[in-house]
Design a protein around this ligand. Structure first.
Ligand code: SF4
Length: 396
């Protein structure tokens, strides 16, 4: 796929991902595992004339099975894993005078923005990979071992609300022994196109269930798709770890809403933590300038590149107006409210990954697989995409 790096409009990339997906599901030697990001579930229905915010998770699962994938898993699951890793990292920095404020690192547009404009502040970014990449890393190690699969014969497909996730998947550090963590990234619109191309009558589909192992997710993982969601999910877990007691109220309202900058405080065991949630590049720049001049009052900051978070991502159904964004946000909070388990640290599938494989959050193996490093990109601004399963096949 040399052409992808030079395609100025992204059209080739789009067609290429669809082509690669079709090729992967047609290959009998390839096990195709799909992960679906939270923001996709409350937006894809719009491509089929359903109102914004409609939860189409069940139909999506069925559609992907009809398209020929082997397992339908969930990025909400690896968002729970991210909370375990990132929450532990935060507490480590807090207790050992580490670099604060710590800033989230799950949005590749934000990470790249920081690499290009604030290279000297990169130690403030959490070392955690994003949920998309954590999923791929776990799929090709833990899951491969469990199911006795050759990691080189697993094709991980992400369905993302985001175009920059294609770039993230192609970053050189997001591979291990020459095997990429994530092979193909489809945007919400690309998946809708695939469903239409295959003449699947989406609205008539029965609801399917996610496969369990890497598919069981809590409501905390689901709200990652909206600005403030990562912070709320982190608060649900961090506060219980610090105090050792259950939070009375699961919801953490100060970080909700679509404002570009939100602030909150939470006092745990007598210590007050100052939190900020920002979305949009301009707000992110303001928060970074504060850190640069030493006036940042915060301990923990969530940053998302898209104003409103991933529900408003560049791969989502168009138009993305404020009504759609509000309804998609409502949709995610409704899914969270309907979940039996709503805190990442209570996810039984995540507990199993630690018990059977990783041993502990931020442990040796977790560091090797789920954490990353950043690059000073103040002199370079170009990134390519590489979402091709054939690279895996050559390795296998
Ligand atoms: Fe992608 Fe936007 Fe979400 Fe960042 S906020 S991960 S750019 S959709």
């Amino acid at each position: 796929g040399q052409c992808i790096n030079v395609c100025p409009v992204g059209a080739i990339t789009e067609n290429l991902s669809i082509y690669q997906f079709t090729k992967a599901v047609a290959d009998p030697d390839m096990t195709v595992l799909v992960q679906i990001a939270p923001a996709v579930k409350v937006a894809l229905g719009e491509e089929f004339k359903l109102p914004a915010g409609t939860d189409v998770s069940g139909k999506l699962v069925t559609a992907l099975r009809l398209l020929g994938v082997d397992k339908v898993f969930n990025t909400d699951f690896s968002a729970d894993l991210t909370i375990m890793e990132e929450g532990t990292e935060f507490l480590g920095r807090l207790n050992n005078s580490g670099q604060l404020p710590m800033i989230t690192s799950c949005c590749p547009s934000w990470v790249k923005f920081a690499e290009q404009n604030y290279p000297q502040l990169l130690p403030h970014l959490s070392s955690c990979k994003s949920p998309q990449q954590m999923f791929g890393a776990i799929a090709k190690t833990f899951y491969a071992q469990k199911e006795n699969l050759n990691p080189g014969k697993i094709c991980v497909v992400s369905v993302m609300p985001c175009v920059t996730k294609k770039f993230e998947a192609s970053r050189p550090e997001m591979a291990r022994d020459g095997i990429r963590e994530v092979d193909i990234v489809l945007t919400t619109r690309e998946l809708a196109k695939l469903i239409r191309l295959n003449k699947i009558n989406f609205n008539q589909l029965a609801d399917g269930d996610f496969d369990y192992d890497l598919g069981f997710a809590t409501g905390a993982g689901t709200i990652f798709g909206v600005t403030g969601g990562v912070m709320e999910a982190a608060v649900r877990t961090i506060s219980e770890v610090i105090t050792g007691t259950q939070r009375e109220k699961i919801e953490f309202m100060p970080v909700r809403g679509l404002a570009g900058v939100k602030e909150a405080e939470i006092t745990l065991n007598g210590q007050t933590l100052r939190l900020a949630v920002v979305s949009g590049a301009r707000n992110a720049a303001r928060i970074m300038e504060q850190i640069k001049d030493g006036s940042s009052p915060y301990h923990f900051i969530e940053v998302m590149g898209c104003p409103g978070g991933c529900i408003a991502g560049g791969g989502q159904p168009l138009p993305v107006m404020s009504t759609e964004i509000q309804n998609r946000a409502r949709g995610l909070y409704a899914i969270d409210e309907g979940k039996a388990v709503r805190k990442s640290h209570e996810n039984p599938a995540i507990k199993a990954v630690y018990e059977q494989f990783l041993t502990e959050p931020n442990g040796h193996l977790a560091h090797e697989l789920l954490h990353t490093h950043y690059t000073d990109r103040s002199n370079i601004s170009k990134g390519g995409t590489n979402d091709d399963c054939s690279e895996n096949k050559r390795q296998a």
